[in-house]
Design a binder for this molecule. Structure first.
Ligand code: GRF
Length: 212
């Protein structure tokens, strides 16, 4: 049973627009959650800056600061535990999550991917590479996937997916913008399902329980 409001730790490496969308849904009370930590491996990340502006605990934690990967994971786990994290939200985090963290937060780590998984996911398919690959294949639709994180690259079971059309004159940038608009809605929706305890994992699939 998750406490209310659900306590989120956001991991982000880049500009942090998904983090901002989540934060603005919390502020406008569309999402019943509390951001207890923002963690980035990139000291220049926009997400850290946004966190500081909103007085949210912000941590720059890079593997380079540690002798081993295990020390790095232990440090992240300490931050997560101290903040009493319920759910880890990967929002453009460019580093694979270690199995130590996955085991400790089993089925409590979410990721967002800017395509309809399992298509156009996996190692090397991130950012504009995803949209370029979708266009090169000639797909008529693309979309967004919010999924649980397991040991693979973009391989955990989907929680929510949303389609967007691919238009004939799309570039990677115009497609990315259309997809991002949906990302900003769907991520908060998926988190809200967790907050309401409406996520059940059965046989490796995510079932969404109806409202009581
Ligand atoms: C998003 O497109 C997300 O799907 C992917 O990385 C990007 C992060 O963007 N995982 P932002 O930093 O949230 O703006």
């Amino acid at each position: 049973m998750i406490k209310n409001p659900i306590r989120l730790a956001i991991f982000a490496s880049g500009r942090g627009s998904n983090f901002e969308a989540i934060l603005s849904n919390i502020i406008s009370k569309k999402l019943n959650a509390h951001i207890v930590a923002v963690i980035s491996n990139n000291s220049q990340s926009g997400a850290l800056e946004t966190a500081l502006t909103h007085n949210i605990p912000a941590f720059h934690v890079s593997q380079k600061q540690f002798a081993t990967e295990s020390d790095f994971s232990k440090h992240l786990l300490e931050i997560l535990k101290q903040a009493q994290t319920d759910l880890i939200v990967l929002a453009g985090y460019m580093k694979k999550i270690s199995s130590e963290i996955i085991n400790e937060y089993k089925n409590r780590i979410l990721n967002i991917h800017p395509a309809l998984l399992p298509s156009f996911g996996g190692k090397g398919l991130y950012g504009h590479y995803v949209h370029e690959a979708v266009l090169a294949y000639g797909c008529k639709v693309s979309g967004v996937t919010v999924h649980l994180v397991d040991d693979g690259y973009d391989t955990g079971p989907p929680i929510l997916q949303k389609c967007v059309p691919v238009l004939e004159d799309d570039t990677a940038d115009t497609l990315a913008a259309r997809v991002l608009k949906e990302e900003h809605k769907i991520y908060s929706q998926a988190i809200q399902l967790f907050a309401m305890d409406r996520i059940q994992i059965k046989g490796g699939r995510v079932h969404i329980l109806s409202k009581e």
